[in-house]
Design a protein around this ligand. Structure first.
Ligand SMILES: [Zn+2]
Length: 268
């Protein structure tokens, strides 16, 4: 099922979550829909195929999110995360009993115990070499020319730091150290929480598996800028933590990762 956001240009923006079974998503925020949940913001739950209100438009959530005012984005992210979870988890994972929203979250009605919406942590790493170059990779399931940071899901019982080290080794064959947490970002497509790091590669040699990762390469800032300008390389969605991390490294603006090479971040 596709979850959609609607924006009314120039007026009170509306968040529209598609899907008859997604009323709980809106209810978890404020109930019942349509309900104002902030200044100029309301939540509406609509059946798939519902015509948009006058002056509104339907747009895919992934691309509509940046169009929402900053105050509405956390609400949209939460609604999407809960809606996606509810569409995939209708019953209690322990006993199979019905799960219903309460004033404070969700409860298994049979056991009368809370059931928390599932969130899948994911690490994403700006791997740098000692010369300050950035490692970008092209995955088999990505569009042509799209290069991004090494990323992967955290396994059960694993720390974020261990996941960073494991993914770097698995995806590009690189041992990393000097891990530094940069920031996190909810990514409810369908239910991830991204945690971005920077890390230092122990060596420049790259080994990709040829199945999940098809290519990986080191870029200087000038090389990446040239590759972007020529169209040889494309980057992820501009509001993704991957894109923002890459751009802050490339431009030097707001870079919060590792600064060990040659002192400071050079200007592009
Ligand atoms: Zn239960």
């Amino acid at each position: 099922m596709t979850h959609l956001l609607g924006v009314i240009p120039g007026a009170a923006p509306l968040l529209l979550v598609a899907g008859a079974d997604l009323a709980d998503a809106a209810r978890s925020i404020q109930s019942p829909p349509p309900v104002p949940v902030g200044e100029g913001i309301a939540v509406v739950v609509a059946e798939p195929g519902t015509p948009p209100p006058p002056g509104a438009r339907w747009a895919p959530a992934r691309t509509a999110l940046p169009d929402l005012p900053p105050s509405a984005q956390p609400i949209a992210l939460r609604a999407l995360a809960v809606a996606n979870w509810r569409s995939r988890a209708r019953f209690c994972p322990a006993c199979g009993g019905p799960v219903e929203p309460t004033a404070h979250g969700y409860n298994c009605l049979r056991e009368d115990r809370p059931v928390f919406p599932r969130t899948d942590p994911c690490v994403i790493t700006a791997i740098l070499d000692s010369g300050g170059r950035l490692l970008l990779c092209h995955a088999a399931n990505h569009p042509d020319r799209l290069y991004t940071l090494v990323a992967g899901f955290v396994e059960a019982g694993e720390s974020l730091e261990d996941a960073v080290r494991r993914e770097a080794l698995e995806e590009v064959g690189v041992e990393v150290s000097r891990l530094q947490f940069i920031r996190s970002q909810p990514w409810p497509f369908p239910g991830s929480l991204m945690a971005s790091f920077s890390a230092l590669a122990s060596a420049e040699a790259i080994t990709v598996d040829g199945r999940e990762i098809l290519d990986a390469a080191w870029f200087t800032r000038a090389e990446l800028t040239h590759a972007l300008n020529s169209g040889a390389v494309a980057l992820p969605l501009d509001y993704s933590v991957a894109r923002q991390t890459i751009e802050s490294w490339r431009t030097g603006r707001g870079w919060r990762g590792w600064r060990g090479w040659r002192g400071e971040v050079p200007r592009p």
